[in-house]
Ligand binder design. Structure first.
Ligand code: 4NP
Length: 157
């Protein structure tokens, strides 16, 4: 069982997109039982009085356009306790890695990686909050996830 936490700044665009796309990929690959997947934010910007915001509209529409529902998802903040509950913290950009490592502490810092490193790339997932280009974010996320599944598939063999 791989326990994977996707991490971005707000948990309303990039990390929930990665969460629900990977859930869809593992389901289609018949590997649903090998994965436990969530996503979270390094900021508390989108959690108000303990209640998280739903996925941002344009990200939800992007997912719907490829047949993926993220209904029920609410933003949550990454906390230190997640450190023991997950094997990998897959971050969208360098700032997410730094902040996740700060939240999780030294003993789980090595579990924090950039998603695109699994595609052999050093860059960040394009941030649609600023670019407004949700398709570009999707393409980056998809490349990272394909590399991730190959890597984790190879480990299991
Ligand atoms: P995300 O996008 O980190 O991909 O969920 C953002 C969402 C909200 C903000 C920034 C980025 N914000 O500044 O509120």
């Amino acid at each position: 069982m791989y326990r994977i936490m996707f991490v971005c700044l707000g948990n309303i665009c990039r990390s929930p997109m990665a969460e629900f796309i990977l859930k869809d990929m593992v389901k289609k690959a018949g590997r649903e039982n090998d994965f436990y997947i969530e996503s979270s934010a390094t900021s508390d910007e989108n959690v108000w009085r303990g209640v998280g915001a739903p996925v941002y509209g344009p990200a939800r529409v992007m997912l719907q356009s490829i047949g993926i529902s993220c209904e029920g998802k609410r933003a949550q903040v990454l906390t230190e306790k997640h450190g023991e509950q997950f094997d990998l913290f897959l971050c969208m950009d360098d700032a997410n890695v730094r902040n996740a490592q700060r939240i999780l502490g030294a003993k789980n810092a090595a579990k924090c990686k950039k998603l695109l490193s699994y595609a052999g790339e050093s860059g960040d997932v394009a941030d649609p909050w600023y670019t407004r280009d949700f398709s570009a974010a999707y393409r980056d996320i998809e490349r990272g996830l394909e590399g991730l599944l190959q890597t984790l598939g190879a480990e299991a063999d």
